[in-house]
Design a binder for this molecule. Structure first.
Ligand SMILES: Nc1nc2c(ncn2[C@@H]2O[C@H](COP(=O)(O)OP(=O)(O)O)[C@@H](O)[C@H]2O)c(=O)[nH]1
Ligand SMILES: [Mg+2]
Length: 459
């Protein structure tokens, strides 16, 4: 356990109702006592854990009162870090928080690094690494769905499933080791068929479903990137404004109006999306427009969904040579439907015939809701509008799960082929290592650093 006491302002700097200074470590309470004074006449008695105390912060050097505050002491191990924690709730203003922060530093605390409180919670065994990551995800969640995913993890949802798998692997290991140690005792051998079945039921199939959850839930967790692209003047910026319900992008009748891309967040039925408006794709000599078009191509690369837009009233935009095919989930958006006869049917090039179509008028807001539904459908498939199970691994966890699954499959194959127990043992061990990594039990320090460095100060 780290012996030094760390301190940080845990709330955003700026004006507000309250601001919280947080300390963790052996000296936290002693430092607080030198600054915190209950109203005169009240005993300073021993501070009880988990109780709020009203009082004042006084600068011991000058004797000046700095603020009226509430203080709470949480005696370890019943605290966020499992160490002694003190929080001082001041009024929130940049000067008052800075002043109190400087006082605790002058009395021996040291400024916390980003994520250091959570890091201590992890190292002191209060939470595993998947829960530490969930803390971060709760703080940065931008949609209801990503919040629910993070909340499921912070409660140890993933840990419980991993621990169940591990327990089965441990049993298997014990039995296989017995078979290795006492080769003459044939009763110690695991029946290959049963071994395969156990691996499937308790390891392979649960890991597979977690990986499917990753694929299905990834977009709920991270949001989806939607890029609107097409020839100049087809109405891309108009659609952007339509989806956002405000005049975000400049719209003019002149081709080449949008030269750089624009990005804005958008809520699609509870799924967090980022919508990107781009410069029209065309041959051009204008150097600025050229850079814009290069950026459009990069944006299309990064997209989860491409809205390729054409102009119903301008048949050239529907010509084969003007409609490159992109290796992306794509929707063909036919705009300006107000300018054609209701009977009009587009002639779609062969390569585009299987791409779903949405017909709209960005000017009159026709077909926008149905387009939005198709957007979600196209990325999330039929599971679209609701996340059945909020347990969705993140990328780091998914990679470890993938390795665990590979080793588990190898072990199962060795069982079924009747390979030596030593071989099975190796694969089972590898699967175990990969699972341990998810909970942060066998991780290299640099990987841990990478996880915690993404945190904010005071968390
Ligand atoms: N009639 C009609 N005009 C539209 C529609 N959508 C956009 N426009 C017009 O088409 C022109 C180009 O639109 P803009 O959104 O700037 O196209 P962009 O170059 O693809 O971004 C503007 O004059 C828009 O008002 C539509 O659905 N119907
Ligand atoms: Mg535009």
């Amino acid at each position: 356990m780290d012996s030094d006491t760390i301190a940080a302002v845990a709330t955003p700097y700026g004006r507000g109702g309250i601001g919280i200074l947080r300390m963790s470590g052996n000296a936290a309470l002693d430092i607080a006592k030198t600054l915190f004074h209950p109203p005169s006449g009240k005993s300073t008695g021993p501070y009880e854990s988990h109780r709020f105390y009203y009082g004042r912060i006084r600068d011991p050097e000058s004797g000046r009162i700095l603020d009226e505050v509430m203080m709470v002491y949480m005696q370890g191990p019943r605290s966020y870090t499992r160490e002694d924690v003190v929080e001082i709730h001041t009024h929130s203003g940049p000067a008052v928080l800075r002043a109190v922060f400087e006082l605790v530093l002058a009395r021996g605390a040291r400024p916390a690094e980003p994520g250091e409180f959570t890091r201590r919670a992890f190292f002191n065994g209060r939470i595993d690494l998947s829960q530490a990551e969930a803390v971060m995800e709760i703080v940065s969640a931008e949609s209801r769905a990503s919040l629910e995913i993070a909340a499921a993890q912070i409660q140890g949802g993933l840990r419980k499933r991993i621990e169940t798998c591990r327990a089965v692997l441990l049993d298997l290991l014990a039995e296989i080791t017995a078979a290795i140690d006492f080769p003459e005792d044939t009763r110690a051998l695991i029946d290959p068929e049963k071994g395969v079945e156990r691996m499937h039921q308790h390891i392979i199939s649960p890991l597979e479903s977690l990986l499917i959850q990753y694929e299905q839930g990834r977009f709920f967790r991270e949001g989806i990137r939607v890029v609107v692209a097409g020839l100049p003047n087809v109405g891309k910026s108009s659609l952007m404004n339509c989806l956002l319900d405000r005049e975000r992008a400049i719209v003019t009748p002149h081709p080449g109006t949008t030269r750089d891309f624009l990005e804005e967040p958008l809520d699609l039925f509870g799924v967090h999306a980022t919508i990107v408006d781009t410069a029209g794709l065309q041959e051009t000599r204008d150097p600025v427009e050229r850079i814009g078009i290069q950026r459009t191509r990069e944006k299309i690369e990064e997209a989860d969904l491409l809205l390729f837009m054409v102009d119903a009233a301008c048949p050239e935009t529907l010509q084969r040579e003007r409609m490159p095919v992109f290796e992306k989930p794509t929707l063909l958006v036919i705009n300006k439907m107000d300018r054609v006869d209701p009977e009009w049917r587009p002639e779609i090039p062969e390569a585009w015939k299987r791409v779903p179509v949405a017909s709209i008028s960005a000017l009159h807001r026709w077909g926008i809701d149905s387009l939005k539904k198709k957007m979600v459908q196209q990325v999330l498939g039929d599971a679209a509008f609701r996340l059945e199970d909020p347990l969705v691994p993140n990328l780091r966890q998914k990679e470890a799960l993938g390795r665990a699954l590979e080793s588990a499959r190898a072990a199962s194959e060795s069982f079924s082929l009747g390979r030596s127990p030593e071989l099975v043992c190796m694969d089972v061990n590898d699967a175990m290592d990969a699972l341990n990594e998810i909970l942060g039990e066998t991780l290299r320090p640099d990987v841990l650093d990478a996880v915690f460095s993404r945190f904010c100060i005071g968390k």
